[in-house]
Design a protein around this ligand. Structure first.
Ligand code: UDP
Length: 431
């Protein structure tokens, strides 16, 4: 019988089990959990390493058969911002080594985000195995959107990009950015889109979904009129405020409500700000809030909405848009990053060039005013999103891994470390 391949996944700054849609937990968490489950189903043994951010986290827990999650001591066992976690990378790396030493050796490392990538390059050198990395967000991209990032982040990303054996971007846009802004070696940058669970996200009885959502989330007021759905972390760059302003300008359906789904009690301040804005715009009775919902509830929520709106400043991929379209609901989104490649303007949704409330209001109005068009778009969207099935995405990721393993076999012990200099200098800057 063939030996199962063994994969070490670095997800240092956030756990795949963190509640998606709150503070720093979102697409990456969902991605790491889903990919790991699928790779395990496809015959790999997957060990995910994350930093212990609460004292009572178990040392190890099973995510799915063949996929385990280890909590590694590094820094205080409490939530920390990712930039602070960078200062604990060496401790995290040693912690992973200690755990790994008790198990069979790994064949490959896959890191997520630059902080994890720093551990990935150290471990790849020590274990002599290939290292693939995904960033999910890049500091230089955030800077384009006027969100300054500490220089050591950009330096850290550069280091990881220069040393990784493969850098996986979610879109050709991200690939171009990695090559253009970070001077990544083009031959090492692969594009593999994110995957979604089509067994959960697919069209189904809209009325039943609306009934279920009305019963489970009465605060949304589903029966009051059509819903414009926002799903995501309540942070500025996601643009919930833009939708509050747009709602006041919607003409075709005066009873339409804005459903803001995401965040938790830590976001009460942001909710208060949005409520005050709604009062200013005269739409306070039509803006509804609920805390982040679990993955099981999301498909009903997408189906129950008339439109899903994603007014983000930037999305490297934008899982929410794809999940909504796969569920048969058209999306109105900013024409940026991954959204510009996953949404076909006029067919599966509408892309808005200027991030202004007027543009969003007019696009949403077009869909709310024409039910037949909205349904046609929803059907087309669901059909197009099948390309993002996890089965095919996981296969593409395995393709990247297999190529790296073949290259490693050819290079053998001749394999040179591209990063002879340890990451200490960066870590000093981070601390
Ligand atoms: N999400 C969720 N529950 C919520 C809000 C969001 O499970 O209440 C999930 C959402 O379904 C998606 C992810 O969080 O899978 C957000 O990913 P996206 O790429 O849209 O944004 P990110 O958070 O990565 O910026």
């Amino acid at each position: 019988m063939l030996r199962r391949r063994r994969l070490a996944v670095m997800s240092t700054h956030t756990s795949p089990l963190a509640r998606a849609g709150t503070t720093k937990a979102g697409g990456m968490n969902v991605y790491v959990a889903d990919l790991s489950r699928h790779l395990a189903e496809m015959g790999w043994d997957v060990d995910i390493y994350t930093r212990r951010d609460r004292i009572d986290a178990p040392d190890m827990e099973e995510l799915a058969p063949g996929a385990r999650l280890f909590h590694v001591d590094a820094g205080p066992p409490m939530r920390l911002p990712p930039m602070e976690i960078a200062a604990h990378v060496s401790e995290f790396t040693s912690g992973v080594q200690q755990i790994a030493a008790l198990n069979e050796p790994y064949d490959l490392i896959h890191s997520h985000y630059w902080v994890a990538g720093l551990s990935g390059i150290e471990l790849s050198r020590q274990w002599q195995v290939p290292h693939a990395v995904m960033f999910h967000t890049l500091g230089a991209v955030k800077e384009v959107f006027q969100q300054p990032e500490p220089p050591f982040r950009i330096a850290g990303e550069r280091r990881v990009i220069a040393c990784a054996d493969a850098v996986i971007g979610a879109t050709s846009h991200e690939r171009a950015f990695l090559i253009g802004q970070y001077q990544a070696d083009a031959s090492r940058v692969q594009v593999v889109p994110c995957g979604i669970d089509l067994e959960a996200f697919h069209p189904a009885g809209v009325e039943e979904s609306r009934r279920r959502v009305a019963a489970a989330l009465p605060d949304l007021g589903v029966e009051d009129g059509p819903g414009i759905l926002f799903v995501g972390r309540l942070e500025q760059a996601k643009g919930a405020d833009l939708l509050v302003k747009a709602l006041a300008q919607i003409k075709s359906q005066p009873s339409a409500s804005l459903w803001i789904v995401g965040g938790d009690e830590r976001d009460d301040g942001e909710r208060d700000r949005l409520r005050a804005l709604a009062v200013e715009c005269g739409v306070e009775y039509r803006v509804k809030f609920v805390n982040a919902v679990g993955r099981r509830q999301l498909p009903d929520l997408y189906r129950a909405a008339a439109v899903c709106a994603v007014p983000s400043a930037y999305e490297s991929f934008g899982l929410v848009a794809v999940e909504a379209m796969a569920s048969g609901t058209p999306v109105v989104a900013t024409r940026v990053g991954g959204l510009a490649s996953t949404i076909t303007h006029g067919k599966t949704g509408l892309l808005v060039a200027n991030r202004e409330p007027e543009g969003f209001a007019s696009a949403i109005d077009k869909l709310l005013a024409d039910d037949a068009r909205r349904r046609r778009m929803g059907d087309a969207a669901a059909a197009e999103m099948t390309v993002f099935s996890w089965r095919s995405v996981a296969r593409s990721i395995l393709g990247v891994y297999e190529d790296l393993l073949i290259e490693r076999d050819i290079a053998g012990s001749e394999r040179e470390s591209c990063c002879p200099d340890p990451v200490e200098s960066l870590l000093v800057a981070a601390s």
